[in-house]
Design a protein around this ligand. Sequence first.
Ligand SMILES: Nc1nc2c(ncn2[C@@H]2O[C@H](COP(=O)(O)OP(=O)(O)OP(=O)(O)O)[C@@H](O)[C@H]2O)c(=O)[nH]1
Ligand SMILES: [Mg+2]
Ligand SMILES: [Zn+2]
Length: 343
Amino acid sequence: MKVIVRNALSELGWNETFARALDKLCTPSAGQLIGRVKRIDRGWSTFLCVIVGDAPEEQQLRECRVRNIGADVAVGDWIMVADDLERIVVVIPRQSRLVRRASSDSLRFEAQTIAANIDVVFLVHGLDTPPNERRLERELVLAFDSGARPVVVLTKSDSVTATEVAETREIVTATSLGVPVHVVSSLTGDGLQVLRDYTRGGATIAVLGASGVGKSTLVNALTGTDSQPTGEIREGDKRGRHTTTAVDLVRLPKAGWLIDTPGVRAVSLWTSGHGIERAFADIFSLAEQCKFRDCKHETEPRCAVQAAITSGQIDTARLDSMARLVAEEAALEDEQKRGERNR
Ligand SMILES: Nc1nc2c(ncn2[C@@H]2O[C@H](COP(=O)(O)OP(=O)(O)OP(=O)(O)O)[C@@H](O)[C@H]2O)c(=O)[nH]1
Ligand SMILES: [Mg+2]
Ligand SMILES: [Zn+2]
């Protein structure tokens, strides 16, 4: 049966590419449900859906729950579900995915998909604490590897002076190379209109950042609701209290989707793409002028990167940070290869 669910599903972000992918995998039958995962709780996925076979005028978005044991699903995924809601029949291949390394010790080398089928990633940092360039670099690698567009959002502009905003913006802009940087306040509404432009055309935006930077407050400000719980930060170290505990897909009033995520302390890489090259494009482009192709930018003669450090063009901390990320990725690849061999 052809899926004639274009109207209601396109509101969810459904497009021709997903439709073709579904066509290749199976033929939906009447009564089955096609939808998008909103939230995942122990063993259950909550998803927004329409019923296959309903006439277009009867198509209504509804919220359902399905058991997801054994299915590899993430928030933002498109799924087809059996009519008895007992199982997920198909997870449609993802067009993009935000993946990090799972933090639990027993799962040391397991990937965790934070969000799927996203167009933009907001990397959120609070202006009330000093800029954390090293963290931002990691987040940029993750975002570039996801296949979505990174955008840096500096929140809480109301809590600092204009001079402080300018200083932080300068540091952050230098770290993020050509990535857009926006300054906003969710309390006063300052700068929010520019962020709304990213939701045009029904885009899906994942919101990523440390606990307490104001992700959920931003989501509420953009949706005009208080759907996401928010929490005070700790007085002493200004850290958040891990208020958001699960990833959640939230609808914007006109078009588009936001994915609120819980703040994580450490951003661990799970990469397979060109994230590091893109996040450190400045160093990679200098490296092309090093004398040796395999220059490690340590003590080699005629190293263009070391020359840039001497001239002050590049910070040693930035080069060290890149080296750490490259090593982390290499260790991960080794572990993955070992895992495959033992399988
Ligand atoms: N002054 C000011 N405070 C803000 C702003 N945005 C958020 N806050 C405050 O920052 C604190 C943390 O906000 P949350 O939105 O809960 O932070 P979060 O990033 O969602 O944190 P987790 O869910 O723990 O990851 C709350 O007390 C908010 O009121 C802002 O634009 N200005
Ligand atoms: Mg939150
Ligand atoms: Zn070099």
